[in-house]
Design a binder for this molecule. Structure first.
Ligand SMILES: *Cc1c(COP(=O)(O)O)cnc(C)c1O
Length: 362
């Protein structure tokens, strides 16, 4: 039996996507072998690869101005690869720091040039509980780009209106909320997202990059790290993680099958509202540290009156078939990740457990 999986990443995948992989595993479409065993230059894999790219284009309505790439090395490699490609010698880039992942992105940029901090919402306890306002952003019109993290996986905050950055290219790490709803891709020069939260298995990163921005990329870096190398080779410059791409295909096809991102957004909003309502109606027991306007629909964090109760909550939750409730090691508390594979019914089960737990322990 499958558990209710609230893991932060790698996260649960839609059962239908895994069942399809199971059914096709030993003999992919009558070829007598698994997709894993096919050449990345062969017809069978090429079709899967192109279907995956086409599904990304369709679901996110990616305009023709943007390339769709699959890269390796995780989102963490993008922290380095973005400045490596787009920070010119002696140039600077603006970073909006809203959590642990943006801090890591800044640290990597320091190896290539000057990252300016356009805003930093860390508080005196080293916590991030909100997204900055537009007025708070100290933007440099000469910056090579502005980097932001659309959803803060650790602290449970999310941008609900993307910032205005003028003519400066906007770069976003969307690892933990890509595909949670439709977005306007044309506002971004570059979007990157590690797959293991909302797209598929770990080991692969989706990149959407504007062609005019690509043209500004540095050419004095190794080919393997240039975005243009992947753009010029349909992301098949070297051997890609073929099985990961295949599984992304299954997840994306599932999204399309259930009605696309409009439907997914409706479910995600319902899930988030159910869970925040449960926290708020038991406010004497559950405490949500994040400012209401910055609450994330993907990662919901909250505290209980003390750590012993938090441990009991996680343990009882696991006995009731719910895993992944423990907060990040640096934040403590509880974190519930509500990625696309989590259903409204899963959240209803959690919420009734929460009401009951509060009644028994409050
Ligand atoms: C998970 C995550 C990352 C790191 O992804 P890796 O694939 O482990 O490198 C980076 N940014 C955000 C916002 C994330 O949620």
């Amino acid at each position: 039996m499958r558990v209710i999986n609230f893991n932060p990443g790698p996260a649960g995948l839609p059962t239908a996507a895994l069942e399809r992989a199971r059914d096709e595993l030993l003999d992919f479409q009558g070829t007598g072998m698994s997709i894993i065993e096919h050449s990345h230059r062969g017809k069978a894999f090429e079709a899967v690869h192109n279907e995956t790219l086409a599904l990304v284009k369709e679901l996110l309505a990616v305009p023709d101005t943007h390339e769709i790439l699959f890269l390796q090395g995780g989102a963490s490699q993008q922290f380095a690869q973005v400045p490596m490609n787009f920070l010119p010698q002696g140039g600077s880039a603006d970073y909006v720091v809203t959590g642990g992942w943006s801090e890591k992105a800044v640290d990597e940029a320091r190896y290539y040039g000057t990252p300016r901090i356009a805003a930093n919402t860390v508080d005196k306890d080293k916590r991030f509980t909100r997204i900055p306002t537009q007025a708070e952003l100290q933007l440099d019109p000469k910056a090579a780009y502005v980097h932001m993290t659309s959803n803060n996986t650790l602290f449970g905050t999310q941008w609900h209106t993307f910032p205005e950055v003028g003519q400066v290219p906007l770069v976003a790490d969307m690892s933990s909320d890509i595909l949670w709803k439709p977005i306007d891709v044309s506002r971004f020069a570059l979007i990157y997202a590690g797959a293991q939260k909302n797209i598929g298995p770990s080991g692969i990163v989706l990149v959407l990059v504007e062609k005019s921005f690509l043209a500004k990329g540095r050419k004095d870096i190794p080919k393997i790290f240039r975005y243009t190398t992947y753009a010029e080779n349909n992301s098949l410059y070297n051997t890609p993680p073929t099985f990961s791409i295949y599984l992304c295909r299954n997840v994306l096809a599932w999204i399309k099958g259930v009605g696309g991102l409009k439907q997914v957004e409706a479910w995600n909003r319902e899930k988030g509202e159910l869970l925040y309502a449960a926290i708020d109606r038991n406010a004497g027991f559950y405490r949500a540290p994040v400012e209401k306007a910055s609450r994330s629909y993907m990662n919901v964090v909250f505290r209980l009156p003390d750590e012993k109760l938090e441990e009991a909550f996680v343990a009882e939750g696991a006995r009731a078939g719910m895993v992944g409730l423990k907060g990040h090691r640096i934040t403590g508390g509880i974190r519930v990740s509500l990625y696309n594979a989590v259903t409204v019914d899963h959240v209803k089960t959690l919420v009734s457990f929460m009401d009951d737990f509060a009644k028994r322990n409050g």
